[in-house]
Design a protein around this ligand. Structure first.
Ligand code: FES
Length: 120
Protein backbone atom coordinates (compact mmCIF):
# COMPACT_ATOMS: atom_id res chain seq x y z
CA UNK A 1 0.00 0.00 0.00
CA UNK A 2 1.61 3.25 -1.11
CA UNK A 3 3.69 5.02 -3.71
CA UNK A 4 6.29 3.17 -5.73
CA UNK A 5 9.01 4.70 -7.89
CA UNK A 6 9.06 2.66 -11.10
CA UNK A 7 11.92 4.46 -12.85
CA UNK A 8 12.96 7.48 -14.91
CA UNK A 9 10.53 8.52 -17.64
CA UNK A 10 13.34 8.28 -20.22
CA UNK A 11 13.61 4.56 -19.50
CA UNK A 12 10.28 3.94 -21.25
CA UNK A 13 9.60 3.86 -24.98
CA UNK A 14 6.22 4.89 -26.35
CA UNK A 15 3.97 1.94 -27.13
CA UNK A 16 5.56 -0.43 -24.63
CA UNK A 17 4.54 -2.31 -21.50
CA UNK A 18 6.93 -2.99 -18.63
CA UNK A 19 5.92 -5.65 -16.10
CA UNK A 20 6.90 -4.96 -12.49
CA UNK A 21 6.13 -6.59 -9.16
CA UNK A 22 4.50 -4.26 -6.62
CA UNK A 23 3.47 -5.55 -3.24
CA UNK A 24 3.32 -9.09 -4.56
CA UNK A 25 1.15 -8.07 -7.54
CA UNK A 26 2.25 -8.23 -11.15
CA UNK A 27 1.56 -4.79 -12.66
CA UNK A 28 1.87 -3.64 -16.27
CA UNK A 29 3.27 -0.13 -16.70
CA UNK A 30 1.98 1.12 -20.05
CA UNK A 31 3.60 4.03 -21.86
CA UNK A 32 1.53 5.33 -24.76
CA UNK A 33 0.99 8.75 -26.31
CA UNK A 34 3.30 10.32 -23.75
CA UNK A 35 1.14 9.10 -20.88
CA UNK A 36 1.55 6.33 -18.33
CA UNK A 37 -0.98 3.82 -17.05
CA UNK A 38 -0.66 1.01 -14.51
CA UNK A 39 -2.85 -2.09 -14.71
CA UNK A 40 -2.99 -5.37 -12.83
CA UNK A 41 -1.35 -7.99 -14.97
CA UNK A 42 -3.87 -10.68 -14.13
CA UNK A 43 -6.54 -11.63 -16.64
CA UNK A 44 -10.05 -12.24 -15.21
CA UNK A 45 -10.65 -14.95 -17.81
CA UNK A 46 -8.25 -17.69 -16.69
CA UNK A 47 -5.49 -15.85 -14.87
CA UNK A 48 -3.17 -15.14 -17.80
CA UNK A 49 -0.86 -12.12 -18.11
CA UNK A 50 -3.42 -9.46 -19.11
CA UNK A 51 -0.75 -6.92 -20.10
CA UNK A 52 0.90 -9.07 -22.73
CA UNK A 53 1.12 -6.27 -25.28
CA UNK A 54 -0.29 -2.88 -26.21
CA UNK A 55 -2.32 -2.33 -29.36
CA UNK A 56 -4.61 0.28 -30.91
CA UNK A 57 -8.33 -0.44 -30.67
CA UNK A 58 -9.75 -1.87 -33.90
CA UNK A 59 -12.87 0.08 -34.82
CA UNK A 60 -15.28 0.16 -37.73
CA UNK A 61 -17.11 3.02 -39.39
CA UNK A 62 -19.85 3.10 -42.02
CA UNK A 63 -19.02 5.38 -44.94
CA UNK A 64 -21.57 7.45 -46.87
CA UNK A 65 -21.63 4.79 -49.60
CA UNK A 66 -22.58 2.13 -47.04
CA UNK A 67 -19.17 0.45 -47.00
CA UNK A 68 -17.80 -0.56 -43.62
CA UNK A 69 -14.20 0.45 -43.05
CA UNK A 70 -12.06 -0.85 -40.20
CA UNK A 71 -9.33 1.32 -38.71
CA UNK A 72 -6.92 1.44 -35.78
CA UNK A 73 -7.72 3.99 -33.07
CA UNK A 74 -4.41 4.91 -31.43
CA UNK A 75 -6.20 7.29 -29.03
CA UNK A 76 -7.79 4.35 -27.21
CA UNK A 77 -5.09 1.72 -26.78
CA UNK A 78 -5.69 -1.65 -25.19
CA UNK A 79 -3.52 -4.27 -23.55
CA UNK A 80 -4.09 -7.83 -24.64
CA UNK A 81 -3.80 -11.12 -22.83
CA UNK A 82 -1.78 -13.56 -25.00
CA UNK A 83 -3.57 -16.65 -23.70
CA UNK A 84 -6.92 -16.12 -25.48
CA UNK A 85 -6.77 -12.55 -26.76
CA UNK A 86 -8.98 -10.67 -24.34
CA UNK A 87 -8.36 -6.93 -24.60
CA UNK A 88 -8.57 -4.30 -21.86
CA UNK A 89 -8.86 -0.51 -22.12
CA UNK A 90 -5.64 0.90 -20.63
CA UNK A 91 -7.50 3.87 -19.12
CA UNK A 92 -10.33 2.00 -17.39
CA UNK A 93 -9.23 -1.64 -17.31
CA UNK A 94 -12.55 -2.64 -18.91
CA UNK A 95 -12.62 -5.77 -21.04
CA UNK A 96 -13.73 -4.79 -24.55
CA UNK A 97 -15.57 -8.08 -25.14
CA UNK A 98 -17.39 -8.08 -21.80
CA UNK A 99 -17.80 -4.71 -20.09
CA UNK A 100 -18.76 -6.40 -16.82
CA UNK A 101 -15.18 -7.66 -16.47
CA UNK A 102 -12.10 -5.56 -15.83
CA UNK A 103 -8.61 -5.51 -14.48
CA UNK A 104 -7.58 -3.14 -11.71
CA UNK A 105 -6.15 0.22 -12.74
CA UNK A 106 -3.72 2.05 -10.45
CA UNK A 107 -2.82 5.71 -10.32
CA UNK A 108 0.29 6.41 -12.42
CA UNK A 109 1.91 9.86 -12.25
CA UNK A 110 5.18 11.54 -13.07
CA UNK A 111 7.10 13.19 -10.23
CA UNK A 112 10.61 14.60 -10.58
CA UNK A 113 10.91 12.92 -13.98
CA UNK A 114 10.13 9.49 -12.52
CA UNK A 115 7.09 7.27 -13.04
CA UNK A 116 5.25 6.75 -9.77
CA UNK A 117 2.51 4.15 -9.21
CA UNK A 118 0.26 4.19 -6.18
CA UNK A 119 -1.28 0.97 -4.91
CA UNK A 120 -4.28 1.79 -2.66
S1 FES B 1 -6.58 -16.02 -19.65
FE1 FES B 1 -6.55 -14.07 -20.54
S2 FES B 1 -7.76 -14.26 -22.29
FE2 FES B 1 -7.87 -16.20 -21.35
Amino acid sequence: MGKHIIGPVGQFSDGTVKIVDLEGKSVGIVCTGGKFYALRNLCPHQGGPACGGIFPTLKAAIQANGRIVEYNDYEEPVVSCPWHGWEFDVKTGECLADRTRRIAVYDATIENDSVIVTIP
